[in-house]
Each structure stands twice: as C-alpha cells, then as structure tokens.
Design a protein around this ligand. Structure first.
Ligand SMILES: [Zn+2]
Length: 204
C-alpha cells in the first residue's frame, strides 16, 4: 500500500508517474542527504520535446547531474530509483561516489547493479546498492510493462516485455488488463495522484 512506502519511495514513484504522463519511460529518481533532506527529484525525459538525446535522458543520470557536490557530502547521500540502473546510470552513480542506492524493481533487460560485484574497478568501492522488491517492484514492473505495450502498438518489438514477464508474470498480466481500456493513460490525463494508481494496481 502507498501509505506503507517511505517518503523517499513516494517521491521517486511520483516522478515515475510524471514521466509516464509525458509518454517517457516511467522511471523516477530522488536523492536525499544523510538527514533525509530531499536534494533533487527527477524522471526519465525520453519523450519530452526539449530532450535532444532521448536515449540517455534517464531518471538517475538526470538526478545525479543536478546535485551540487560542493554543497553536500555525496558519499552520504542515498539515491532512490524506481528501476534498477542501466549501465550508464550505474556508471554515473559510481563515478559520482554515490555509495548508497535503492531500486524498487530489478531490471532483467538492462539492469547493471551486478557489476558492483564483478567489475574489479567497482567491486572495491564497498557499494551498498540494494533492491526493495515486493510491492514496489510489482508496481514498477506493471507501469513499465504498460509503457512497453504502448511501444509495441507503435511497432516496437516485444523482447523487453517478454523479459519482464519472465521476472514477474503478474506485473505483465496487470499491465495488459489496465492497457485494455487505456486506464493509466486516462488517469494520467485526469491528473490522478500516483498514490491512487499504486493502490489500484495492488488491488487487481
Ligand atoms: Zn539509465
């Protein structure tokens, strides 16, 4: 339930919902300092008209590039993201000296957190990068599967969706049910808060 989420997770998911509303990949991120103060909140901007390079306008990288490293202790911040970071965002977090990262859902398609254990340059940095799993993962994979259904309708392949289905068949089933009447598109157009959407997904 939405009320069970911490403020940090609620902030990241609200950003994912903003991305969804613009037709971008629905991923949100937020960075908090060691006292729980919000430093920056961001989202994927791949489908926003002013974005020049749509392939790399990712939530996490967008957020990391906006924090003022002279005004905070970057080694003490925590980055919350609704999806496991891709190679670029993982690299951006590592090179920025972000030691703590939390992601709601595992990404079987391009998630790259595993390199913290396998890449010699990174494995010695003592990174604390972990997944929330559970309800946050189910909700994130649902809204991202819904986005994939939009893409497939425009002619994209279904390879990403098939990988999501292997990880969480339930998320893809819920996404198909919601997509049948374009329910999330309606909710976004109505300006519904993501708190309602989150709980509705879990109730299906
Ligand atoms: Zn990324």
């Amino acid at each position: 339930m939405w009320k069970d989420l911490s403020r940090e997770w609620q902030t990241a998911f609200e950003e994912a919902w903003l991305a969804f509303g613009s037709g971008s990949i629905p991923i949100g991120a937020a960075i908090f300092d060691e006292n729980g103060v919000l430093l920056v909140r961001e989202h994927n901007r791949s489908n926003e008209p002013e974005t020049l390079n749509k392939n790399i306008s990712h939530a996490e990288a967008n957020a990391i590039r906006r924090i003022d490293t002279s005004a905070c202790n970057v080694r003490e911040v925590t980055l919350y993201t609704t999806m496991e970071p891709c190679p670029m965002c993982m690299g951006t977090a590592v090179m920025s000296n972000i030691k703590r990262l939390r992601y709601a859902a595992r990404d079987p398609y391009c998630g790259c957190v595993h390199i913290k254990d396998t890449e010699p340059y990174i494995s010695g940095k003592g990174l604390d990068y972990t997944t929330a799993g559970g309800e946050p993962e189910l909700v994130q994979l649902t809204i991202q599967s819904y986005h994939e259904l939009r893409c497939i309708e425009r002619g994209c392949g279904d390879g990403v969706l098939r990988q999501f289905a292997e990880l969480s068949p339930r998320a893809v089933d819920i996404a198909r049910e919601l997509y049948a009447d374009r329910r999330l598109d309606s909710y976004a157009a109505q300006g519904r808060p993501f708190a309602d959407v989150y709980d509705e997904i879990l109730a299906i």
